[in-house]
Write a protein that binds this ligand. Structure first.
Ligand code: SF4
Length: 252
């Protein structure tokens, strides 16, 4: 293991084991889905082939499938699923289905704080009284504990998902000694769906019930008029919150 996590990563991408360098997932130098896929996969392989401790996280939505599929082909990288205790049962079933289909090493993590202790002074559960704190306890803290023990933390964030994420860089500082690696940054909804169709991968069952971006049940609603312009508009609807907290510290 290196003294400093992710030394094979540069500020703009990865150092290819063959000696070349390049942006992770850039669409400028590739044409079409095949080129984008090859470039992304090569970037992840370059990281996996080092002695660094590499972990990935996934929310197990349909949008997660290209990254999960590439990770399954590369192997050896555990995928952490943050079990907040508030996911739809369909998401747990989909996670199980994908874990078996793709032969992934999936590790579920959760907060050690019981839900009965996660209440406001007036007795409301935190997702209703203080959703930022709810995300901090149930998502950010459990994942940061894992990532801080790793050298590289791979996530599937994309620039097209919201204004915060449009500012992210391919490689950024992570918790502790780790560095975050964002190999999917320049993918978009079109390339995601093209990949899923091309590989005949299954979709999250709630999409047929009218959900586009699927998180915790209390903070997700069916597709609305707003989501035609912003696919994540149906998360935390009615409150000024667009991020779960896992990535918001990267944008100041
Ligand atoms: S998305 Fe909602 S329920 Fe899930 S951790 Fe955040 S505030 Fe809590």
């Amino acid at each position: 293991m290196s003294d400093r996590g992710g030394d094979n990563l540069t500020a703009t991408g990865w150092i290819d084991p063959d000696g070349g360098t390049g942006p992770a997932g850039s669409v400028d130098s590739v044409t079409g889905l095949e080129g984008l896929t090859q470039q992304t996969r090569r970037a992840i392989e370059a990281v996996a082939e080092t002695n660094d401790v590499v972990v990935a996280s996934s929310s197990f939505q349909s949008q997660s499938l290209p990254l999960l599929h590439m990770l399954s082909q590369i192997g050896s990288i555990p995928v952490y699923f943050i079990d907040t205790g508030y996911h739809f049962p369909d998401t747990h079933r989909f996670r199980q289905q994908l874990s078996e289909l793709l032969d992934l090493e999936v590790v579920a993590i959760s907060s050690p704080i019981s839900k009965s202790q996660q209440r406001s002074p007036d007795g409301r559960l935190l997702f209703a009284s203080d959703p930022d704190y709810c995300c901090q306890i149930n998502k950010t803290a459990p994942m940061e504990r894992v990532a801080s023990e790793a050298d590289v933390w791979i996530t599937g964030v994309r620039r097209d998902q919201n204004a915060n994420r449009s500012q992210l860089e391919p490689v950024m500082q992570g918790p502790g000694r780790s560095r975050r690696f964002h190999p999917m940054l320049d993918w978009d909804a079109r390339s995601i769906w093209a990949y899923i169709r091309h590989h005949g991968l299954p979709r999250h069952p709630l999409e047929d019930a009218g959900y586009l971006s699927i998180g915790c049940a209390p903070c997700t609603r069916r597709v609305s008029a707003e989501s035609l312009d912003d696919p994540r508009a149906d998360r935390w609807f009615g409150i000024a919150k667009t991020e779960c907290g896992l990535h918001v510290d990267l944008v100041r």
